[in-house]
Design a protein around this ligand. Structure first.
Ligand SMILES: [Zn+2]
Length: 403
């Protein structure tokens, strides 16, 4: 799977700004790089407006339009995974201070002859300590969440910062008014793209196209007509006399992560890695054989996989190698279905915004024949003894302590 048994994943940061980071990820395989990209897009929780109660709207825009625009406004979500609960996991009946943030917008134009901008800066967060802010204020819940929130948690990104231009919601003229009450909730971009912390995540690999994962259309000369990317400087140019290496695999990925400001770029990358680790750990737990007392005829050995909780067919003989791990696992979650399948009934409407869904990044990683999809680079993250992957016939050797 890997170039050598000793190679560990390497990350080299080339450029780090508040809302973007550019880094080179080395010694991982294509499947890992793409999983990482997708986790950053779709599996990191943020806060976004999810319900809008419109009291007055005499603007030119209809209620749904306003609600959608409010939903897409990025809200400060620092440490959201610990600072807030999902409403579905909360003990409250409808919503409470631990699982919801209330924002108000109340603006009217009284000046003749002037067009007024209604912007995200006019959204005010209702303080959680305010009594009566919620119907069922549960003081004794003991939630730790509030202590973990930063001061401007849930505020529109850039509010109070003169260097960040506010987001325009609509424009009003004299006599027009907009008064709304919004409830922001914690969510994941798998449900709706408004919860994605990322504006774009892309990666490129093999800038010289040595692996021939891309075929160039050209008139006379592909090299003259297709300028090399900046990343080509990082790799040796191909020599014309070398034969095509059909066993070669991509190993170096040039990644660019840009956030919408709800989370910092550094937090997105770190939480992305954590999330990926958690997912893989859960997968391993889910694939563990039942304890011996559950079925006396099954030993505790790693080979027997009867009665998995995940509904996969039991392997006949030894473990993972059986039939085709790559195809069984690849599209587990997230990804393509993230936007389309969900009915856009709430604030936010169609899953526009993040833009990351359809775009396959610069390197065109999607269409690539990821032969190594079964190969675990991931193993290298946690364990020194990787080198083999899911595809390995011996699950004891693959770096994960499966048995
Ligand atoms: Zn609650």
């Amino acid at each position: 799977m890997q170039t050598s048994g000793t190679s560990e994943p390497i990350v080299r940061i080339r450029d780090l700004k508040k809302n973007s980071v550019n880094f080179v990820l080395q010694n991982v395989d294509l499947a890992f790089a793409n999983s990482f990209r997708r986790v950053m897009i779709a599996d990191i929780p943020t806060v976004a407006i999810d319900m809008v109660e419109i009291e007055t709207n005499t603007t030119v825009l209809p209620d749904e339009f306003i609600a959608h625009r409010l939903g897409m406004i990025p809200l400060v979500s620092t440490a959201c995974d610990e600072a807030m609960r999902y409403t579905r996991d909360c003990t409250c009946e409808v919503r409470c201070q631990y699982c919801a943030i209330e924002l108000h917008l109340n603006i009217a134009c009284h000046e003749a002859g002037r067009t007024m901008d209604v912007t995200s800066n006019m959204l005010d967060v209702v303080p959680t300590s305010k009594p009566g802010a919620y119907g069922n204020f549960e003081q004794d819940d003991g939630g730790e969440e509030l202590a973990k929130r930063v001061e401007n948690f849930g505020h529109p990104v850039g509010k109070g910062d003169p260097d960040v231009p506010p987001i325009l919601i609509c424009k009003i003229r004299k006599g027009q008014e907009l008064k709304v009450r919004c409830i922001a909730k914690k969510g994941l971009a798998k449900e709706h793209a408004k919860w994605s912390p990322c504006a774009a995540v892309s990666f490129e690999y093999d800038p010289h196209n040595k692996l021939r994962h891309t075929s160039y259309w050209y008139e006379y000369d592909a090299r003259a007509e297709w300028p090399l990317s900046e990343n080509a400087k990082e790799e040796e140019p191909p020599r014309d006399d070398l034969p095509f290496d059909y066993n070669a695999k991509p190993n170096k990925f040039y990644m660019e992560v840009e956030t919408d400001g709800s989370l910092g770029a550094q937090e997105v990358v770190q939480k992305g890695l954590q999330e990926l680790q958690t997912k893989l750990a859960n997968l391993i737990v889910g694939l563990k054989p039942e304890p011996p007392e559950a079925d006396v005829f099954q030993g505790g050995g790693g080979g027997a996989l009867g009665g998995q909780p995940n509904g996969h067919e039991p392997a006949q003989t030894g473990g993972w190698g059986a039939p085709s791990p790559a195809t069984s696992w690849s599209p587990t979650r997230a990804g393509g279905g993230g936007g389309g399948g969900w009915s856009p009934t709430r604030a936010g409407g169609a899953p526009t915004g993040a833009g990351g869904w359809g775009s396959p990044g610069t390197g065109g990683g999607w269409g690539a024949p990821a032969g190594g999809a079964g190969g675990s680079t991931a193993g290298s993250w946690g364990s020194p003894s990787s080198g083999q992957g899911w595809g390995s016939p011996s699950q004891q050797q693959n770096g994960w302590n499966v048995g």
